[in-house]
Ligand binder design. Structure first.
Ligand SMILES: NC(=O)C1=CN([C@@H]2O[C@H](COP(=O)(O)OP(=O)(O)OC[C@H]3O[C@@H](n4cnc5c(N)ncnc54)[C@H](OP(=O)(O)O)[C@@H]3O)[C@@H](O)[C@H]2O)C=CC1
Ligand SMILES: O=C(O)C1=N[C@H](C(=O)O)C[C@H](O)C1
Length: 242
């Protein structure tokens, strides 16, 4: 049995993870929240799963490196510097960072990449996400993951082509951009639609999460997969065989 340590264990995802670890027949090594000791947790775990806060990421990666255990980072709201921290840690341990651990979203990303690669710039791309009222970051990590997939399909850099907020006299839509819009309310676990919009026709590719069990199941599967992996930065499609 693998010993899995959870960072953010009392949160919404932490609770779903505790159930998923038991359902997978694995061992819960322990869990911490704000003020907890990630190094002590890492030393008693075979793998760490982090669904907490971007503020915690540096200490969590340092703990995983010091203990020599792999880490799955599911926390969203990450900035460029957080990705550099993941890159640094990945020189010493296995690191898998993803905005969404579900099979369905990673399949959607594959479809989006394919559609974006075949449809030209006449097709505008807009990504709409809806989440529960307690979510603190926008756009969602998943929306950004889907935006990256669309940008890869188009062979462009998302950072140079994203439109993250419209308000007031915005002017006409800039050709070739990828737009993001966020809705917040209720208890929605996570809905994402990638719209491809051309003259007189539209395609909408959607994923609707009915609960957090789908994220927890994928996270546990990724954690199992990470144990024994060499140093490096890994992605969910490798875990899921997509
Ligand atoms: N990749 C994916 O598939 C998914 C990613 N997420 C992401 O996971 C993250 C957590 O989501 P959710 O569970 O809904 O959020 P919650 O706010 O419910 O839980 C976050 C937990 O992290 C803890 N925490 C906060 N700061 C620290 C810290 N410095 N060190 C250790 N623990 C800390 C909180 O503890 P305390 O209450 O004491 O502050 C809390 O228990 C978000 O970024 C969310 O977007 C969510 C679902 C799926
Ligand atoms: O905060 C959430 O709840 C979720 N966060 C992730 C994200 O930002 O995409 C994944 C999922 O959509 C739920």
């Amino acid at each position: 049995m693998a010993r899995i340590g959870i960072i953010g264990s009392a949160g919404r995802m932490g609770k779903a993870l505790i159930e998923a670890i038991a359902a997978a027949g694995e061992d819960l090594a322990g869990g911490i929240d704000k003020g907890g000791d990630p190094l002590a947790l890492a030393r008693s775990s075979d793998v760490l799963i982090d669904f907490s806060s971007p503020h915690a990421l540096e200490a969590n990666l340092d703990a995983a490196v010091a203990a020599g255990v792999p880490i799955l980072v599911g926390t969203t709201g990450l900035e460029e510097r957080h990705h550099f921290l993941c890159d640094d840690a990945a020189e010493r341990i296995a690191v898998l960072q993803t905005g969404n651990t579900s099979l369905g979203v990673n399949m959607l990303a594959h479809l989006v990449r394919e559609a974006a690669s075949r449809l030209g710039e006449d097709w505008d791309i807009e990504i709409v996400e809806t989440h529960h009222r307690m979510k603190v970051d926008a756009p969602s990590g998943t929306a950004l993951l889907l935006g990256e997939a669309a940008a890869e399909g188009r062979m462009i850099a998302l950072a140079d082509h994203s439109e993250r907020g419209r308000d007031g006299i915005t002017g006409a839509r800039e050709r070739g951009t990828i737009g993001f819009a966020s809705l917040r309310g209720g208890s929605v676990a996570g809905d994402h639609t990638v719209h491809f919009l051309a003259d007189n026709e539209r395609i909408a590719l959607s994923h609707l999460a009915e609960n957090r069990a789908i994220f927890a199941r994928g996270a546990v599967r990724a954690a199992q997969w990470l144990i024994g992996r060499g140093a490096g930065r890994y992605r969910m499609p490798e875990v899921l065989g997509l």
